[in-house]
Design a protein around this ligand. Sequence first.
Ligand code: URA
Length: 188
Amino acid sequence: MNLTELENSCRDCKRCELHRYKTNTVFGEGPADAKLMFVGEAPGEQEDLSGIPFVGRAGKLFDKYLFAVDIDRSDVYIANMLKCRPPKNRDPLPGEQNVCIGWLREQVKIIRPRLIVCLGRISAMRMIKPDIMVTREHGVWFTKGAFEMCAVYHPSLLLRDPRKREDMLMDMKSVKAKLDEVTASENE
Ligand code: URA
C-alpha cells in the first residue's frame, strides 16, 4: 500500500468515536520519502478545519523554528499521534491512542524516515519510551532499530512558557545537524 492509499483508508476510519466530531481527517503532510518526520499530538481547531497538521498558532511558531534552522517544511513529513481532533482539544485518551497509533506505524513503515522527532510528551511516551521526561531528556537522541529519535518541547507549551524557547532552538539545531549527517551519509 502506498501513502495515498493509506490516507484514503484513514479518512474512513471509525476505530474510535473521534470521527463523529471531525471536520477533516488530519492524516499528515510531506513527501513519502522524507528523511525527517515530526510527530505531534493531535489536530487542533485550525488543523481540523484545513486537514493540514500544525497550521494554527502552535504550527506558526513551529514554522519559525524550522525557518531558523534552515529546514524546509516541504522536505519533512509532519504527522500526529491522532488523526482526528479531540473535542475541545482535550488530551487524547489512552484508548484513542491505542487504536490510532496503527495509522502512524503504517505511515512510518512506508516513509521509513531516518529521524523521528516527537513534538511533546504524548508522542514521545508512545514512540520513544513510556517514562520519558521531556523536561530532562529533550534533545537527547535514542536509537530504536533503524531510526534515531528524540523528543523536543511541544510548540503549544512554548506559547505558554516562552522561557523554554532557547532550549527548543538548541534542540532544533541538533535536529538540523543530524539531518545534514544523514544526508551526507546517503550521498557518500
Ligand atoms: N498540535 C499538535 O499536536 N498537532 C497539530 O497538528 C496542531 C497542534
